[in-house]
Design a protein around this ligand. Sequence first.
Ligand code: F6P
Length: 546
Amino acid sequence: MTRCDRTTAWAALTGHFEAHGRDFDLREAFARDAGRFDSLSFDAPEVFADLSKNHLDIATLRFLLDLARECGLEAQRDAMFAGAAINNTEDRAVLHTALRAPRGHGPFSDEVHAVLDAMLAWVETVRDTVASGIRHIVNIGIGGSDLGPQMVVPALDAFAHPGLQFHFVSNVDGHDITPVLRRLKPAETLFIVASKTFTTQETMANAHLARAWFEAEGGTDIAGHFVATTTNVTAAAEFGITTTFGFWDWVGGRFSLWSAIGLPIAIAVGADHFRELLAGAHAMDRHFAEAPLGSNVPVLLGLLDVWYRNFHGATSRSVAPYHQGLRRLPAYLQQLEMESNGKRVDRDGEPLTYATSPVIWGEPGTNGQHAYFQMLHQGTDVIPVEFILVRRPTFGSVGLHPDLLARLECQQTMLLANGLAQSQALMHGKTTEQARADAGPAMSTQIDALTLARHRTFPGNRPSTTLLLDRLTPHSLGALIALHEHRIFTSGAIWGINSFDQWGVELGKALCKDLLPRLSAGPCADSSAVSDLDGSTAGLIARLRS
Ligand code: F6P
């Protein structure tokens, strides 16, 4: 495996960027090539990817594919699927793909399917709400033990059990759990303590609080109302939990929604739909493993990410899902990309000479349009935007009056038109002459026409990708998430980093342990001196304790 900055393709890309990349103009590219859309759009399972509105042409793509080959992307990918310990700093395999492989396929199949079968059988007992009496599911977990289920449950609302409400508590801040507890009764509530390690400070604090609340409100059957999803079955038992669904150290936290961590999803949508979610992800796994690099959508997206980050100098990527159900997708992708690829040394610990993870951010369309799209269109930074459009809605299945459904169909068309219009506006822009020729709303009468037109000019030539799904179903959502996992694998492999550890979260955790007794007032107070601390931290502690 060769580090990207030591490949001939990297040098070639550097030259290509100077000659053709820096001044690439999307409008000219479309004018030059009538077949551009066809040659730069690709099909993957459940996802159609239009890359044609990117600063990319066939020549660039060829260099990027050379880069992938020189960096040994295929060998790295195959090593992951085969269960090699590619997470070298923790000596662990990376096998979330095994969690969605059909029975009898992939590593650890017997173990995976034994837990899956047990979990999905148990889920149906909770979903029988007449017998179980359960109305509220509270998932207590953070990071990868929260963001996946928190994203997927609303995304699959059209498939969800109508009699169950889902709550996600993650923050150690008591303002997270208290509004949830206010709405609950012990007999109707199932708490899921979700933690790979079962030691995470925030999760354990909230789990103990939930148990104290449960008992204070007259609940007695802890074993019946608390379950755990964890690799640390012993710690869960010590907490008093008897129903535990386990998983394994080869499942990274941010890749764990396919494991027992997906329990809230399975309760929401039921066993068959959960299996569909896994099947959709598996279909994308096969595509990633088998499709030639030049038509392999996760590979192409990952290479595009490298092209923008390392050659165009883009520092972020904005995600704009045009489906309200995907409102938590940007937050989910933020952890997936930034915790995986936010690294500054290569796999051998050598400092990198090039940039890695972009910042991932976004909001669902059309809300983002009325908030920060101004900056995307007219700001000084060029930020690649990823639009996710879903052709057909799923609200038809919730039994609405036909008149309302007709209106909602119109709104769906409005939604899609908005998404398309934004990518069009980013690309085409508007010249000063065009701005001068048309009138805008509420224009000043005090400023001369040319000055006003300059304010109303859009530079255009701003890149975007459009990912198109037919419907948001368990199967298509599974494929969409796996697509992102593999595009992040791809860029991480090109960068030569370990995308599967997260040492950057450790230092703050350790310092917090040290500060906690110094900050505490009341019975937990420790009068430890603060004189060994830096002036700012000591000063802030003094103010907080005063
Ligand atoms: O923030 C670090 C991290 O380890 C994440 O990678 C993980 O998803 C999260 O904490 C939660 O960890 P656990 O599931 O062990 O509670």
